[in-house]
Design a protein around this ligand. Structure first.
Ligand SMILES: NC(=O)c1ccc[n+]([C@@H]2O[C@H](COP(=O)([O-])OP(=O)(O)OC[C@H]3O[C@@H](n4cnc5c(N)ncnc54)[C@H](O)[C@@H]3O)[C@@H](O)[C@H]2O)c1
Length: 359
C-alpha cells in the first residue's frame, strides 16, 4: 500500500502530535509490537493504510518562525507546546510555505494560486486544514484551493466546509472528498458529556441543567477565549445526538487560558437532575487529557478515510467519518452507526493503491 501523501495547512500542536505520533507507532512496529496492540488506536487500518503510512509532502503556515523552516523544526517551534515524544524524528524533505491570509485568499489571488500550485507539485492526496478557529474566509479559501488541485480536504475546525452546501456540491461534482466539520476528540469533553447526558435520559432521570467548562494552556485555548462562537455551536451539535436536549446545557469552549497547563486540557462537567419523586441527582466530573494527542487520535482516521475515498473515486462527504466529527455534513441524524460501519467496509473493499489524482 502506497503511503498517504499529506499536506497540512497550519503547523500547530495538532501537527506536532500527528507527526511525532506517527513516528512513535513506526518505532513500535519496528520493535515487533503488532498493530492490533498499538496503544491509543481506534482503527489499526483504514483501507489498508496503517497509522504510520503518512508522508508529509507540503505544509503552509504564516508564523514568521515557521515559514521557510524545515518541517521537522517547524513542528517543534514555539508557541507549539505539545510535548517532545521520546522518538527520533526524521528529516522530512519539506520546507514550510507561506500560507493564505484572510486578506489574500480570493481564488485567483497570488497566494491562492501559489497554494494550488504547491499542492499539485507535491502530489498531495489530502489537505488537512488545522488553523486557529474563527477564520471562516480562510477556511473556504483553503478548501477551494484543495478542490482546484484535486486534493481531498479534511477540516479540523468548526468553520463551515462540508456543511457549506455550495462547496460540498462542487467537491461531489469533481469526485473529490470533503471531510468535516470539526473533529470530535478521541476522549474529549464532547464524547464524555454526550455519553453522560444519554445515560441520564436512558435511566429516566430528568435533566435540570448541565454545564461544561474547558481550560487549557495551548494556543487553541488562547484563541478560543475570543473566537469561541463557532466552536460553542459545534460542541452543542456534538451533544445533540440520540435525542439529547441541549436547551439546558451551557458550554464554554475556553473558560480560561492557563499557561501552566501547556497542551493539557482540563474540563469540568456538571449535571443536575431529578429522579424518583423529584429528588435531586448531581454529578461533577473532571477530565484531564493531552489535548493535541486527543485530536491526533482521530485526525489519523479522518485523513486515512479521506485518502481512501479519493482512491475509491468518492467525491463529497464520506459517512465513514461521521462518528469522529462534531458537526458532520448533513448532521448526525443522517449517519447512523450502521451507515458509518458500512461506509468504512466499502472503503476497505474499493480503495486502490494511490494512482494519485494528479498525473
Ligand atoms: N483536541 C484538539 O486539539 C482539537 C479538537 C477539535 C478541533 N481542534 C481545532 O484544530 C485547530 C488547530 O488546533 P491546534 O491546537 O493545532 O492550533 P494551533 O494554534 O497550535 O495551530 C494553528 C497553526 O495555524 C497557523 N496559522 C494561522 N493562520 C494561518 C494561515 N492563514 N495559514 C496557514 N497557517 C496559519 C498558526 O501559525 C499555527 O501554527 C483549531 O482550530 C482547534 O480548535 C482541536
Amino acid at each position: 500500500m502506497e503511503p498517504l501523501r499529506l499536506a497540512v495547512a497550519g503547523v500547530g500542536n495538532n501537527i506536532s502530535a500527528l507527526f511525532q505520533g506517527a513516528e512513535y507507532y513506526r518505532r513500535a512496529d519496528a520493535e515487533g509490537i503488532t498493530e492490533d496492540s498499538f496503544p491509543g488506536i481506534r482503527l489499526p487500518r483504514v483501507a489498508g493504510l496503517g497509522v504510520s503510512d503518512l508522508r508529509f509532502v507540503a505544509a503552509f503556515d504564516v508564523h514568521p518562525a515557521k515559514v521557510g523552516a524545515a518541517f521537522t523544526d517547524a513542528v517543534l517551534c514555539p508557541p507549539n507546546n505539545y510535548p517532545r515524544l521520546d522518538v527520533e524524528l526524521p528529516e522530512v524533505d519539506v520546507v514550510v510555505d507561506e500560507g493564505m491570509r484572510v486578506a489574500d485568499s480570493e481564488p485567483g489571488s497570488a497566494a491562492f494560486d501559489r497554494v494550488v500550485e504547491r499542492l499539485r507539485q507535491s502530489r498531495a492526496e489530502v489537505l488537512l486544514y488545522s488553523l486557529p478557529t474563527g477564520l471562516q474566509k480562510t477556511a473556504t479559501a483553503y478548501a477551494r484551493a484543495a478542490l482546484a488541485a484535486g486534493v481531498a480536504a479534511v477540516n479540523c475546525t468548526p468553520e463551515l466546509m462540508a456543511r457549506d452546501p455550495e462547496l460540498l456540491a462542487d467537491f461531489e461534482r469533481a469526485g473529490v472528498p470533503l471531510i468535516g466539520d470539526d473533529l470530535a476528540s478521541q476522549f474529549g469533553t464532547s464524547v464524555v458529556h454526550r455519553a453522560l447526558l444519554g445515560l441520564l435520559a436512558a435511566r429516566g432521570i430528568t435533566l435540570v441543567s448541565s454545564y461544561q467548562l474547558n481550560f487549557g494552556g495551548n494556543e487553541d485555548f488562547r484563541n478560543l477565549r475570543d473566537q469561541g462562537a463557532s466552536k460553542q455551536q459545534s460542541k452543542l451539535n456534538a451533544l445533540a445526538q440520540d435525542g439529547v436536549d441541549t436547551s439546558r446545557v451551557e458550554v464554554i469552549p475556553s473558560a480560561g487560558f492557563i499557561g501552566q497547563l501547556k497542551d493539557n486540557k482540563v474540563a469540568v462537567l456538571n449535571l443536575e437532575g431529578r429522579g424518583w419523586a423529584g429528588t435531586p441527582v448531581s454529578l461533577d466530573l473532571k477530565l484531564k487529557v493531552q489535548d493535541s494527542s486527543n485530536a491526533s487520535g482521530v485526525i489519523i482516521d479522518l485523513v486515512r478515510i479521506a485518502a481512501a475515498a479519493l482512491r475509491s473515486g468518492i467525491g463529497g462527504f464520506c459517512p465513514a467519518a461521521a462518528g469522529v466529527l462534531k458537526s458532520p455534513a448533513g448532521g448526525h441524524g443522517a449517519h447512523s452507526p450502521e451507515v458509518v460501519a458500512a461506509s468504512l467496509r466499502a472503503l476497505d473493499d474499493t480503495a486502490r493503491p494511490a494512482a494519485n489524482a494528479h498525473p
